[in-house]
Design a binder for this molecule. Structure first.
Ligand code: ADP
Length: 904
């Protein structure tokens, strides 16, 4: 039902939206009933509310029916409670927050006091969703006519926006605070003229080594008075001027944890302005101590090395990989007489040199760049015209990673040293010349006109008359033999190019008589200030005599060589250590394979495998002892065949007795050897064939002897006796020959037994006494010796030695056999006082078929095989045989047999 407008209270007749809505609502249908029936207290409250611009809400009556005004309306948003909750009971209208609102209402009604809530979150349903809404609101009681609290008046402002922006602010502050403390730079805020510490971030605290609590609120220079003198003026400046101040690597000494430390800091001081006035200073700083210290150390190092380089008296240059000078020391400029550093720096090194040296310098540089160390000596006229000799060393500069992209060149002025050296050389040369020959001609060649000034002697030497007018260069070289001439002139040129001494040897056809003479000239150039050659002056001598002698020597050497090559033997000479230095052509015929790359001849390599070990051993021994090397062995021919050779090497000693050379030769004895072999084979066969008939002859002889004895035929008995002795001799000879063939073929066998040597010797002596009645045979037994040996063979040895002693003692003197034990050896000595043996022969008597050849010896029968067999038997017993003898005085043959027998 629409109310008559005029019957309504005035406040409901206005244009306010809510006035209109209250006015138009059909209240009769609600618990409150029509507006006319509303109590005055409600109307009064509504009147205040509707007319107020301030957001308000009213809960009224037991059902807490709700009213609100235009101010409140926006809080309800769109598509929400508005306008439906007007006149709705509270519980229904505010369902979602009734649990918050109801207790407040109850409290206000019961206690009759107002409540105050600020920025409280009370989410409401609006704009189609439940929204977080912040409110500041007050609940206050509204009284009815009876003075009882009958409603609750809510004045409310939505503060959502304010709260949210405050929150945002809080977040920003937090971030800033974090930033402040966590940025890796020190930050400090000072307040007021006393620079009270207001904020100090963690980095600053760490640098200072202090806690926040001991700083904040205190004047900076009370906390760190030691920094006052340095820092305060800066802060004051910023504070008073309002202008920022920046300092870099500012050195500050301060106390940190009880010690004094020095640090370097980059500071930025900025004024803090509030409302147009400066209230403080902000300091932002970075600790750069480490980098400053590192840099200082490097600077120090650099200073050190530069001062080293600078103080060096030589010219030091560092060149980059292109050869450009990137550093040159001060002294370097001075010694090279370069005034301005720009004339060297940035230039190619070789461009500082003259045309002649450029290439050499360049080459040296590139060698250095490739890791080589190069030294050279060069001549150079400096920019100021000084003549200087330089010793230049070029070395690579190797980086830590091994790469080379720089080179250091050190040039040392050696002009003075060079001059001394050259003068000395010159002097030495002249001195030598003077001593070598009195015939020294002197000469001077003038470079500007090539006039040659000769001493009279020089002219004579050349065959020119001594009084002839000035001679020219042409007169000198025109009589030099072709070939020598070009060389000699070339030497003149070279000496100029290399700035070295001139020296030439050449032949001239003497001007007057056409005789060929050998000449030797020395000379030296002299230069003017500009380095231009003025003169070449020197001396000449006639060296024909020496030259001829030399040629003779060469000729005789050639002769010798020809001789050596014409010999059928291989001949060679070796160094003291055995290295072959010369060998004749025949060597290549025999053993091309053993010729070495260095030209020597390793003869050891071509010895037949069966003899090579022994030969090498004996050669080694010869080299060590200097004894002669004599050896028969087979050497390999070029075609691979082996031939028997007799190799003999003798040491040639110098005057101090040291071995200077070995002379060796190898003679082909192959045919001989083959003959020998055939002979051996024949002997072997012949002795075998002879043995059988002889044995039977001997047998028949014995029968005949028996028979004649019985018949007592004295004459025939004697004849048979002689016959028997001859047959015995023949038997011995045959068995000796058989032994020899056995030895040669390695077939001699030793059958060992234990026996007493004394007894064996006694037996042998007794046997021989019967044969040789003319000699006195004595036995001296010093020891009783028991031995393990081949009894028969030892008997053979004794018989041989004693027989020889008797045989070679024509004086019928005594032969003494002695036996003793020395150092676990049985030593048997057979001594005679006969004809003796020459020293030179002593070594060879043990050789097969060797007999001493002299007129004395010729009278004694024999084949020269007895001692050969003896020595073989002794060797096979592991023993030794020696001879001690003197011509015409007698001999002692000494046999040593080891008692711990090792049969061979
Ligand atoms: P031969 O049958 O010639 O005696 P040997 O081999 O027994 O042969 O001796 C070799 C040579 O040694 C002899 O020819 C002799 O010249 C010399 N000879 C050996 N024994 C003696 C000795 N006791 N006195 C002197 N010369 C000796």
């Amino acid at each position: 039902m629409v109310q008559n407008k005029t019957s309504l209270p005035a406040f409901l007749q206005g244009n306010e939206e809510m006035a209109r809505l209250i006015r138009e609502k059909d209240w009769a249908a609600t618990a409150l009933g029509p507006i006319e029936s509303w109590p005055k207290s409600l109307l009064t409250a509504l009147g205040i509310m509707v007319k107020s611009k301030f957001p308000m809400y009213l809960f009224w009556g037991p059902e807490l029916v709700g009213f609100y005004n235009d101010g409140y309306r926006p809080s309800l948003g769109n598509n929400g409670k508005h306008p439906s909750i007007l006149g709705m009971p509270g519980q229904e209208a505010w369902q979602e927050i009734w649990h918050i609102v109801k207790p407040l209402i109850d409290k206000v009604l019961a206690e009759e006091t107002a409540t105050w809530h600020e920025d409280e979150l009370v989410p409401i349903y609006r704009n189609g969703q439940l929204e977080d809404v912040y409110w500041t609101f007050s609940y206050s009681p509204v009284y009815n006519e009876q003075g009882k609290p009958y409603g609750v008046f809510v004045t409310v402002t939505e503060t959502t926006q304010k709260v949210l922006s405050q929150k945002k602010l809080a977040i920003t502050e937090e971030t800033l605070k974090n930033l402040f403390h966590k940025t890796p730079v020190g930050m400090v805020v000072y307040k007021g003229p006393d620079f009270i510490l207001e904020l100090v971030n963690n980095v600053a605290l760490e640098i200072w080594g202090k806690q926040e609590a001991e700083l904040i609120g205190r004047p900076n220079f009370e906390v760190a008075p030691e920094t006052k003198q340095l820092i305060e003026p800066l802060l004051t400046k910023v504070f008073t001027s309002g202008k920022p101040v920046t300092t870099n690597e500012f050195e500050v000494t301060y106390q940190k944890g009880g010690t004094t430390v020095t640090g370097y800091f980059d500071f930025v001081f900025k004024p803090i302005e509030e409302a147009g006035t400066i209230t403080g200073v902000m300091s932002v700083f970075t600790d750069v101590t480490r980098s400053v210290l590192t840099r200082k150390a490097i600077e120090q190092n650099e200073k050190f090395s530069t001062s080293l380089l600078e103080s060096n008296p030589d010219c030091l240059k560092v060149l980059n990989s292109e050869g450009i000078i990137t550093y040159i020391n001060k002294n370097g400029l001075a010694v090279t007489e370069i005034d301005r550093i720009e004339d060297a720096m940035g230039k190619y090194w070789w461009d500082l040199w003259g045309e002649n040296e450029k290439e050499k310098i360049k080459a040296a540089f590139y060698k250095g760049l490739h890791g080589e160390h190069v030294h050279l000596e060069e001549f150079r006229i400096t920019a100021k015209g000084s003549h200087k000799w330089w010793h230049i060393s070029v070395s690579p500069i190797v980086n830590i990673d091994g790469a080379i992209n720089q080179v250091i060149a050190v040039s040392r002025d050696i002009t003075a040293a060079k001059k001394i050296q050259e003068d000395a050389q010159k002097l030495a040369q002249y001195l030598k010349l003077a001593t070598e020959s009195a015939e020294v001609g002197t000469w001077t060649l003038h470079m500007h006109n090539m006039d040659l000034e000769w001493s009279d002697l020089h002219k004579t030497m050349w065959g020119y008359p001594p009084d002839s007018d000035i001679l020219t260069y042409e007169d000198w070289h025109k009589i030099i033999l072709p070939g020598d001439n070009e060389k000699a002139q070339q030497k003149v040129k070279e000496a100029l190019e290399n700035r070295s001494l001139y020296e030439a040897v050449y032949r001239i056809k003497r001007y007057n008589d056409g005789e060929i003479r050998w000449m030797k000239s020395f000379g030296q150039y002299y230069y003017d200030d500009k380095g231009q050659p003025l003169i070449l002056t020197g001396v000449s001598i006639d060296i024909t005599k020496e030259r001829l002698a030399e040629e003779k020597l060469i000729a005789s050497e050639t002769e010798l060589r020809t001789l050596a090559n014409s010999m059928p033997q291989l001949v060679w000479t070796t160094e003291p250590d055995g290295k072959v230095i010369f060998y004749n052509d025949r060597v290549s015929l025999y053993s091309g394979a053993a010729q070495q790359a260095d030209g020597s001849w390793a003869w050891e390599a071509v010895v037949h495998p069966e003899e090579s070990e022994e030969s090498a051993l004996r050669w080694k021994n010869a080299l060590q002892t200097g004894e002669d090397f004599v050896r028969e062995h087979r050497l390999k021919m070029k075609n691979g065949d082996y031939r028997w050779m007799l190799t003999i090497c003798y040491a040639n000693r110098d005057k101090d007795g040291a071995i200077a050379k070995w002379y060796g030769s190898s003679t082909d004895i192959h045919e001989l050897k083959m003959h020998e072999k055939r002979k051996d084979e024949f002997i072997k066969m012949a002795s075998h064939e002879l043995k059988t008939p002889i044995t039977s002859i001997k047998g028949y002889l014995q029968i005949l002897q028996q028979k004649l004895q019985e018949e007592q035929d004295v004459v025939y008995q004697q004849i048979l006796g002689t016959l028997d002795r001859q047959v015995s001799k023949l038997t011995k000879l045959i068995s000796d020959l058989l032994d020899v063939t056995r030895i040669e073929s390695g077939g001699m066998v030793i059958i060992s037994d234990s026996f007493v040597l004394n007894d064996l010797i006694k037996e042998s002596i007794t046997d021989l006494r019967t044969v040789s009645k003319n000699h006195q045979l004595v036995f001296n037994e010093a020891d009783r010796v028991e031995i393990v040996a081949d009894k028969e063979r030892i008997t053979q040895v004794l018989m041989n030695l004693i027989t020889n002693a008797i045989k070679y003692s024509p004086q019928k003197s005594a032969v003494t056999v002695s036996l003793e034990k020395i150092n676990n050896e049985a030593v048997i000595a057979v001594k005679d006082t006969g004809i003796g043996i020459d020293k030179a022969e002593q070594k060879r008597i043990f050789e097969n078929f060797y007999r001493v050849s002299g007129k004395d010896e010729q009278t004694y029968p024999g084949f020269g095989i007895g001692l050969y067999i003896v020595s073989e038997i002794i060797t096979r017993h592991g023993g030794k045989i020696e001879v001690e003898s003197e011509k015409n005085k007698g001999s002692i043959f000494r046999v040593r047999l080891p008692l711990e027998q090792q049969n061979k």
